[in-house]
Design a protein around this ligand. Structure first.
Ligand SMILES: NC(=O)c1ccc[n+]([C@@H]2O[C@H](COP(=O)([O-])OP(=O)(O)OC[C@H]3O[C@@H](n4cnc5c(N)ncnc54)[C@H](O)[C@@H]3O)[C@@H](O)[C@H]2O)c1
Length: 544
């Protein structure tokens, strides 16, 4: 029986059978030998997900600084699993397997595949036998067992370990392997290098594998490509030769003239750089959670407080945390550090206080939005159970369509548990897979649905694009993400569309005082994260 892999757009691709592998390798071999006659270096990118697909295209798009001709031939390699195989045929058609807001992504992939012919994709790992350089972009997740207690979680090393073993069993002796995956500190030297050394020894190779590390700092959004190519990088190698090779490779493919490269002595240092960088961000966001509650209880508008503080140049990167801290990296990276200290580096003492608490605070901040919604409805003489509630903004950050670990998911799940009938609007999101396919996404048994009751119906949620239709008849609207269109929403229009006064919950300082006042004048109730001054506006309106 043929198995299929179905793309998010619903296209169905048959998964190749074992007897197709040999012909696929022949196809790659002949393309590689043609590329070699052009003097191109062969680069295999393992894992063509959010990062790997775009990194592969950036490498394929590079030209030799002297000749102006393409200097690299890139093979994106991906497991032929039902969940991921579709990315291979899609890439080979010149289409991006990742949906990105950056207008540079689609043309770059199509240019490299169809015109320059410097990019192909395959499911056959044997392509590694032909590589001069391998870039590893597979995931390394941190799975949490409990909501709000990341200490009981663990790093999911399986995909990375399997990939490294596959690489060690196949690559030529002098091939450079570059781990770009965000890993638990110590992984490159103490997990990956031993796996590769063992595989080399089994093949009778007695030189050290050339293994290096350089993490990604990619930011989803309109500048996806330049956040990889035109951005500062940090790298390191397991030995002197690997360090020199990785430096040379990154200088060839990235804009290191404008964005200087930092070369570190050891991989554990570059790995730790990434983890500390993201733990720092997660911590400064988490720290505002308690001040957000302080503000709500004491008539203070934290949005204005932050704005005032940001006038000081030394404090100008303070960010209001919204309904939680999502995205792929900030919720997990500190966990990788916490886990590595114990399970890779072998320490038994408990040194982590702040990083762990920060992640727990961020993971549960969204629950408070459900409190605010309940209280706002109560003040209007209504209750959550049975109320229609519209959540505006499913993604984790403004003006992007990335829903991974968004605070909004916690909001929807908690309110659903409390009996609300949830609707969702987001101009940037077509499908909210975390809900629609919660039984299998991000993996079976990993959905946040496991932390709440009453979640079954959420598979039927469809993200709406027409706000006027979505809002019709709702009793509450939650402004969860400051997407540009939400900043323009007019209170009169909202009440008109809803056809009655409603509860308005602002999670991100989206409403200015004028709009808050107008909502009260229209008979609405307004509540907001971190904005205690709303009570004052309400009293002023009521006094009139
Ligand atoms: N997405 C971001 O915004 C971002 C930002 C900075 C760093 N990173 C880091 O980059 C890394 C990759 O993240 P991503 O967002 O691309 O993840 P992803 O899940 O989108 O992609 C990983 C890909 O690797 C594939 N894969 C898994 N095992 C494989 C194997 N054995 N052989 C071949 N392919 C395999 C998966 O099927 C998937 O397509 C992570 O460590 C992440 O933390 C991501």
């Amino acid at each position: 029986m043929t198995d299929y892999s179905i793309s998010p757009e619903g296209e169905k691709f048959p998964i190749p059978s074992q007897d197709e592998y040999a012909a696929e390798f022949k196809r790659i071999e002949s393309l590689v030998s043609a590329a070699r006659t052009e003097g191109r270096e062969i680069v295999v990118v393992m894992g063509v997900g959010f990062v790997g697909a775009v990194m592969a295209a950036i490498i394929a798009d590079t030209v030799d600084k002297k000749t102006g001709k393409p200097g690299k031939f890139v093979i994106g390699c991906q497991r032929p699993s039902p969940r991921s195989y579709w990315k291979i045929p899609l890439l080979n058609l010149g289409r991006s397997p990742v949906k990105a807001e950056d207008p540079e992504v689609d043309p770059m992939i199509s240019r490299c595949v169809l015109e320059k012919k410097t990019l192909i994709a395959t499911y056959n790992n044997d392509c590694l036998k032909l590589a001069d350089c391998v870039v590893v972009d597979v995931q390394c997740d941190y799975t949490k067992q409990d909501l709000g207690n990341m200490r009981t979680g663990k790093a999911e090393m399986g995909a990375l370990e399997a990939t490294i073993k596959t690489i060690g069993e196949r690559v030529p002796q002098k091939c450079l392997t570059l781990i770009e995956t965000t890993v638990a500190p110590g992984t490159t030297e103490f997990v990956a290098w031993p796996i590769m050394k063992k595989a080399f020894a089994a093949r009778g190779i007695n030189s050290e594998p050339l293994l290096s590390h350089s993490f990604e700092r990619v930011m989803p959004g309109r500048h996806y490509v330049s956040s990889i190519r035109d951005f500062w990088r940090v790298c390191s190698g397991c030995n002197e030769e690997a360090r020199k090779r990785v430096e040379k490779f990154l200088r060839e493919v990235l804009n290191t003239e404008k964005f200087p490269l930092t070369v570190m002595d050891r991989p554990i240092e570059s790995e730790t750089t990434k983890i500390v960088e993201n733990s720092y961000r997660a911590t400064t966001l988490a720290f505002l959670d308690e001040w957000s509650l302080f503000a709500e209880h004491n008539g203070v508008d934290l949005i204005k407080v932050i704005k005032a503080i940001k006038m000081r140049p030394t404090h100008n990167n303070m960010i209001f945390p919204g309904p939680g801290i999502g995205g792929y990296c900030l919720p997990k990276d500190g966990g990788l550090g916490y886990w590595a200290y114990k399970h890779i580096l072998g320490f038994g003492d408990d040194i982590f206080k702040i990083t762990t608490t920060a992640i727990d605070i961020n993971d549960t901040r969204g629950l408070h939005v459900a409190d605010l919604t309940r209280d706002a409805l109560r003040n209007m003489g209504r209750q959550v159970a049975g109320a229609s509630v519209l959540l505006c903004g499913a993604s984790y950050r403004q003006d992007v369509g990335d829903t991974r670990y968004s605070g909004s998911e916690i909001v929807v799940r908690k309110l659903t548990e409390m009996g609300a009938e949830m609707r969702v609007h987001d101009p940037y999101v077509n499908h909210w897979y975390e809900l629609e396919t919660q039984d299998t996404y991000p993996a079976p048994g990993h959905s946040w649905s496991r932390f709440f009751r009453n979640q079954e119906e959420l598979v039927n949620i469809r993200v709406q694009q027409d706000i006027a239709a979505a809002i019709k008849g709702v009793q509450a609207i939650i402004l969860a993400v400051p997407h540009a269109p939400y900043l323009e929403l007019d209170p009169d229009q909202i009440v008109n569309w809803a056809s009655a006064p409603l509860a308005v919950i602002d999670c991100f300082g989206i409403l200015d005082d004028e709009k808050i006042r107008r909502y009260f004048e229209l008979g609405c109730e307004v509540k907001a994260m971190g904005r205690g001054h709303i009570q004052r506006i309400k009293e002023q309106v009521r006094k009139k």
